[in-house]
Write a protein that binds this ligand. Structure first.
Ligand code: AR6
Length: 180
């Protein structure tokens, strides 16, 4: 596990499943606009949360690209889920700004709700096709710019699904250490 600290906030990355992060208050879903169960992260979160999550989401959808909305965690071990719609790479522009908006809005929402810890997957880097290295750079730049404004959030975790993705993330996180 790689970890850095900025403004009293721990930023870490681990290999794992976003639906199995019992020690964080809120997990982020890489959602579709209708907040329905899908493949990848959305599939894993909805499977673990149970059908009550999909029912609650019906009242929150649709959401726009770059937006973040919050639901309960239902059968997940987390209090809340924040659903973000990342950009489809090559279709939703400006892609970097829309991806940054997901991370920023999710952090602001968690902070406003007094949640102390949040776990993100690598939004848009699966079905939506965003190149991982570029997506990681956007995620880290956005999170590092946001942490000085956070008062409740004290731990930000990135959960990467494969060892290769984790290695990319760890390298870029280590490069941020000097700036933190
Ligand atoms: N835990 C952590 N990371 C995961 C998991 C998991 N359980 N499963 C996949 N990943 P994706 P997107 C990684 O496709 O690109 C859905 O069908 C995966 O390897 O879940 O934002 C929705 O319904 C990749 O690196 O999200 C939308 O329609 C990253 O998480 C669409 O796909 C994101 O992959 C969203 O596409």
């Amino acid at each position: 596990m790689a970890v850095i600290q900025k403004s009293g906030v721990i930023i870490e990355c681990v290999r794992g499943d976003i639906a199995h992060q019992p020690d964080v208050d809120v997990v982020v879903n890489a959602a579709n606009a209708w907040l329905r169960p899908g493949a990848g992260v959305a599939g894993a979160i909805h499977r673990a949360a149970g059908p009550e999550l999909a029912r609650e989401c019906e009242g929150l959808a649709p959401i726009a690209v770059g937006e973040a909305v919050m639901s309960g965690g239902h059968r997940l071990p987390n209090r809340k889920v924040i659903h973000c719609l990342g950009p489809v790479y090559g279709a939703d522009e400006p892609a970097a700004e829309l991806l940054a908006s997901c991370y920023r809005k999710a952090l602001q929402l968690a902070d406003r709700c007094g949640l102390a810890s949040i776990a993100f997957p690598a939004i848009s880097t699966g079905v939506f096709g965003y190149p991982l290295r570029d997506a990681v750079a956007v995620a880290l730049t956005t999170v590092l710019a946001e942490v000085p404004q956070l008062s409740a959030v004290r731990r930000i975790r990135f959960v990467l699904f494969s060892a290769g993705d984790l290695a990319v993330f760890e390298q870029q996180l280590a490069e941020c250490e000097g700036q933190a």
